[in-house]
Design a protein around this ligand. Structure first.
Ligand code: ADP
Length: 271
């Protein structure tokens, strides 16, 4: 649909009127109610909202793990909701990286083998897998820990392995669902610093779910969900947060809560 000349200006992600209904008939529950959201390449967006507001549902849709009941999901201008299951799996494998609250590492499997896994699914050679996994572990500050199993690593280190696994494939979009939910404050800050650095240095677009305002303050933009709809959508204060114009019409909405957020951190590159 898009002329290639328009591609650079296109959003990476666009949700148009996305509705998600779980169940049928009497038991039907509408988890998303006509959501419109545009995210530009290179943005770092935090998604906040109370439990049950639809955050996981939207992450599952963005991650191509679920499809909207109604509406459109465009990834680089391509209609994901029209894709087959196989096409969506390929999109996931080649463009997306995932980080979860519970790390989701294979136990009794070394750090490097965990990181190599998505590359194995992609059919990369043993040699290429090893090189990419080593580089990813180095990027997250875990050189020297390659052969350690998750049980031999701290929570913060395990999440670093999970981040290395997510970036080893050079994804365009990183989806992080409460990545600091199981970590103490210091470890959480280190993980957020790492995500900020990956966003800035490698240009990876990040969508992060968190319910901690301190963690949301690391993002350029905070989208607040309420009852399956976008309630607030604002930029955090730093000048570069305004680099990406024109996503959605909620940008100008600012709430008292948003203004109360701590200033965005600038210590990119910290390990
Ligand atoms: P959040 O991540 O913000 O806590 P969710 O996206 O998980 O919210 O859920 C939104 C609403 O949809 C909740 O009320 C939840 O109970 C409901 N829901 C989520 N998944 C399902 C499902 N598979 N079947 C039925 N209802 C669901």
């Amino acid at each position: 649909m898009n002329a290639s000349a328009d591609l650079a200006a296109s959003p990476l992600i666009e949700l148009r009127g996305v509705t998600k209904v779980y169940g049928h008939g009497q038991a039907a529950f509408t988890a998303l109610r006509g959501l419109d959201l545009r995210i530009q390449p290179g943005e770092f967006v935090a998604v906040m909202g109370p439990s049950g507001s639809g955050k996981s549902t939207v992450m599952n849709i963005l991650g191509c793990l679920d499809t909207p009941t109604q509406g459109a999901y465009l990834f680089r201008g391509a209609h994901v909701e029209r894709m087959s299951r196989t096409q969506r799996a390929l999109l996931r494998r080649h463009y997306l990286g995932f980080v979860f609250q519970g790390f989701n590492l294979l136990a009794r499997t070394s750090a490097i083998e965990n990181v190599e896994l998505p590359l194995l699914y992609r059919g990369e050679s043993r040699r290429a897998r090893h090189a990419a996994a080593r580089a990813a572990l180095e990027r997250v500050g875990l050189t020297g820990w390659e052969t350690h199993a998750p049980s031999e690593l701290s929570g913060g280190q395990q999440q670093r392995v999970a981040i290395a696994r997510a970036i080893a494939t050079s994804p365009t979009l990183l989806l992080a669902d409460e990545p600091t939910g199981n970590l103490d404050t210091q470890r959480s800050r280190e993980i957020m610093d790492l995500l900020v650095a990956l966003n800035r240095e490698q240009g990876i677009t990040i969508v992060l779910v968190t319910h901690e305002s301190e963690m949301a303050a690391y993002a350029q933009r905070v989208v607040g969900f309420l009852d399956g709809q976008i309630d607030t959508d604002h930029h955090n204060g730093s000048p570069e947060a305004h680099m990406h114009d024109g996503h959605g019409n909620g940008d100008r909405t600012e709430t008292a809560a948003a203004q109360a957020l701590p200033a965005q951190r600038t210590n990119a590159g910290g390990h």
